[in-house]
Design a protein around this ligand. Structure first.
Ligand code: R1P
Length: 289
């Protein structure tokens, strides 16, 4: 089969299909659940109505989309992999093939940084998210062969301001999860999305100078309600914020009352995650827990 021909370097499309996610108009619903891996996507998709049979598409970049109906309501589940860059591709490329308001919920796995809340196996719901990024320039000063930059090196990690989840969606997520799993299994707090899994989450690696031994303490000092690390939510919430700063809107579609409190916005987002790692106790989830 001939390779697809993409047109428009600014936003490449081939026969209406996006460059990385690979879907086109009609293949993605306005309500999206996003996850990291395809296995989790299939698990969630097992709850979709069997008829009509859900549509599935795996792109050449391994974005995996399943679109079907849940109790008659169209919903897509999209597995995107990991990190901020793929989150950006996922949101922009789905946004381009969906009209009307778009609602995105992320179900991830995460590491808890709180000693008492966010135990392994619990579900945490994000009130808001902070971005933790590695300041690459900082490390130049530690390597003698590099010319130190003229500007101050600053701190090794940068903590952004926090950006809120959609408050209505976050509360709905918390209450529905609590109703199903029991309130003791769900807690809510602040999330930090990191640009890397190892250095920016304060993991120790003897092979590299990461200057991160105090990162978790520093972050919790600056943000006392800090609860968990993962790698995508910040961008999701930030893009929702940026979408609400735009006036371009497609034809509005009903979201059963969910849309009513944000008439201006064209993307709304919230996120929950299961705690896989407890950083204070150094515990990690085991299958079947
Ligand atoms: C790191 O192992 C990955 O797990 C978490 C992080 O955000 C990162 O993507 O989420 P997922 O389990 O959804 O991938």
């Amino acid at each position: 089969m001939a390779p697809p021909t993409f047109k428009d370097a600014n936003f490449p499309l081939s026969d209406g299909r996006t460059y990385h996610v690979g879907t086109k108009y009609g293949e993605v619903a306005n309500r999206i659940i996003t996850v990291g891996d395809a296995y989790r996507a299939r698990n969630i998709a097992s709850h979709l109505d069997p008829i009509p049979k859900p549509y599935e598409f795996t792109s050449k970049r391994q974005f995996f989309t399943i679109t079907g109906r849940f109790k008659g309501v169209p919903v897509s589940i999209v597995a995107i992999g990991m990190g901020l860059a793929v989150t950006d591709m996922f949101i922009r490329e789905c946004r381009a093939v969906v009209s009307g308001e778009m609602v995105v919920i992320r179900f991830g796995s995460c590491g808890s940084v709180d000693r008492t809340r966010g135990q392994i196996g619990q579900i945490v719901v994000a009130d808001a998210s902070v971005c933790v990024s590695r300041n690459h320039d900082y490390f130049f000063g530690h390597v003698p062969s590099f010319v130190p930059p003229a500007a101050p090196l600053g701190a090794p990690y940068v903590f952004s301001k926090s950006v809120p989840a959609d408050p209505t969606l976050a509360s709905l997520l918390e209450s529905r999860l609590s109703a199903v799993l029991g309130p003791e299994s769900v807690c809510r707090g602040l999330n930090a999305s990191t640009d890397y899994f190892y250095p920016s989450q304060g993991r120790n690696d003897p092979h590299f100078d990461d200057s991160n031994t105090s990162l978790i303490d520093d972050l919790c000092k600056q943000y006392p309600n800090m609860l968990f690390f993962e790698m995508e939510n910040y961008l999701l919430f930030h893009m929702a914020l940026c979408s609400q700063r735009r006036t371009i809107k497609g034809p509005q579609e009903s979201h059963d009352g969910v849309s009513s409190s944000f008439p201006q916005g064209n993307l709304r987002a919230a996120a929950a995650a299961m705690v896989f790692a407890q950083r204070a106790s150094n515990g990690f989830v085991t299958p079947g827990m």
